[in-house]
Write a protein that binds this ligand. Structure first.
Ligand SMILES: Cc1ncc(C[n+]2csc(CCOP(=O)(O)OP(=O)(O)O)c2C)c(N)n1
Ligand code: SF4
Length: 258
């Protein structure tokens, strides 16, 4: 017997998105991260009052994709710009969206000081272990032994240093209220990532201080992998190097029920 086909709508574009097609490579999970943010802003009814700050990197064009107010910050300066915006417009929800080259390399000072000051804003940090936009150079997050265009024999920690774990590091700062790491490599982890993004925005909406969600993300183009292999690389290589978990959840944030 033929199965009846339902006409019920099971998917629609989140209202926080414009109609602009994204420029991301096939299999890149930047788009997944964008989707989760747009869904959360819609669910929290925050689209009209949110201001995003885009970085330099593949997500530089984020301002074209979100149907919220958006500005673009020079390399790494997004947390400083977000600080200024939040101080002038404290009733707005302000978030930065930054890659690891932007946040952990040239912008290291800005992120540490914004977190240390306990600014009431949200940072979404995309860790794909390389500088994606400029051709896959080594980032502070590149794994030991990982080949990039500037570590062609694999990152040698003797000469090129060790990876920096941003979530763990920022969680040590008193100004931080919510600091967690999630991954985008499969549906279960994507759901957990969405919950964390929601918690981060809830933290800010309640005026509870600085929140950051680090998301392990793919870069199939610069990793030289198929999209499927890139997801496996995140699961098998990145998660062990960057363990998922809650690095800091202030008592006031732990009470939030969503
Ligand atoms: C002040 C400044 N320095 C350097 C650059 C060059 N630049 C543009 S994008 C980029 C890489 C950013 O990579 P990442 O933050 O890891 O993001 P991804 O592209 O991987 O998402 C660099 C170095 C720039 N545009 N401006
Ligand atoms: S270069 Fe990498 S990070 Fe940039 S869009 Fe392509 S896959 Fe994504």
């Amino acid at each position: 017997m033929a199965t009846a086909i339902s006409n019920n709508l099971v998917y629609e574009r989140p209202k926080g998105f414009t109609e602009t097609p994204t420029h991301y490579c096939p299999g890149c999970t930047h788009g997944v991260a964008h989707h989760l943010i747009a869904e959360v802003l819609q669910e929290m009814d925050l689209i009209e009052k949110t201001i995003g700050v885009a970085p330099v990197g593949c997500s530089v064009f984020a301002y074209n994709y979100f149907d919220t107010d958006f500005v673009e910050a020079p390399h790494g300066r997004a947390p400083a710009m977000a600080t200024g915006i939040k101080h002038v417009l404290p009733d707005r929800i302000v978030f930065t969206y930054q890659g690891d080259g932007d946040l952990a390399s040239i912008g290291m000072g800005e992120i540490v000081h914004a977190a240390g000051r306990g600014e009431n804003l949200t940072v979404i940090f995309i860790n794909n272990a390389n500088f994606g936009m400029t051709g896959g150079q080594m980032a502070p997050t590149t794994l030991p032994g990982m080949k990039t265009t500037s570590s062609v024999k694999g990152r040698d920690v003797e000469t090129q240093g060790f990876p920096i774990r941003m979530a763990e590091m920022l969680a040590t700062l008193d100004g931080v209220s919510y600091c967690v790491r999630r991954s985008l490599h499969d549906p279960k982890n994507i759901r957990l990532a969405k919950k964390a993004i929601r918690m981060a925005f809830e933290t800010q909406a309640r005026g509870l201080g600085f929140s950051m969600v680090e998301l392990l993300s793919t870069c199939p183009t610069n990793w030289g992998m198929t999209p499927v292999d890139a997801l496996k690389f995140v699961e098998e290589q990145m998660v062990p190097a960057y363990p998922l978990g809650d690095y800091k959840v202030a008592a006031s944030v732990a009470e939030i029920k969503i």
